[in-house]
Design a protein. Structure first.
Length: 139
């Protein structure tokens, strides 16, 4: 993967900072690392793609990797909304790639202290004080 850095970085940076209006064609170019020791890596022939297409396909592989977990959490919670906060939610491009992977809109929580709020909610639960997360975040 290190040999890809100089070639793909400008395209990855562009895709992460600028929302994707129209998805590019995806190819089977990248394997996301998995628990148990499977390392991430490029598939044979992937270097024949134009660099931007290669960067898009690799980022989409990463975005799709978490889609089943998000869908499962939505099912368990009985909700239809997907909300995001924290680091990756601040990247407009990454958020649009995740929306493509999920096939649904993701609402960004505009809370700069969402981690602290989450920690306070967990601490409150530990001492028997339960607060509605939506109320705590001002949603």
């Amino acid at each position: 993967i290190k040999e890809s850095r100089p070639v793909l970085v400008p395209y990855i940076d562009e895709l992460l900072t600028t929302p994707t209006r129209r998805p590019m064609e995806e190819g089977d170019v990248f394997t996301v690392g998995r628990q148990g020791g499977e390392s991430p890596g490029w598939h044979p022939g992937s270097w024949q793609l134009p660099p931007k297409a290669m960067a898009f396909a690799a980022l989409m592989a990463c975005a799709r990797a978490s889609a089943p977990t998000i869908e499962r959490l939505m099912h368990l919670g009985g909700g239809s909304r997907v909300m995001a906060a924290g680091g990756w939610a601040r990247s407009a491009g990454w958020l649009s790639l995740k929306e493509i992977a999920l096939g649904r809109l993701i609402e960004r929580i505009q809370e700069p202290e969402v981690t602290a709020t989450g920690a306070a909610l967990i601490a409150g639960d530990a001492v028997g004080w339960t607060q509605d997360p939506a109320l705590a975040l001002g949603l």
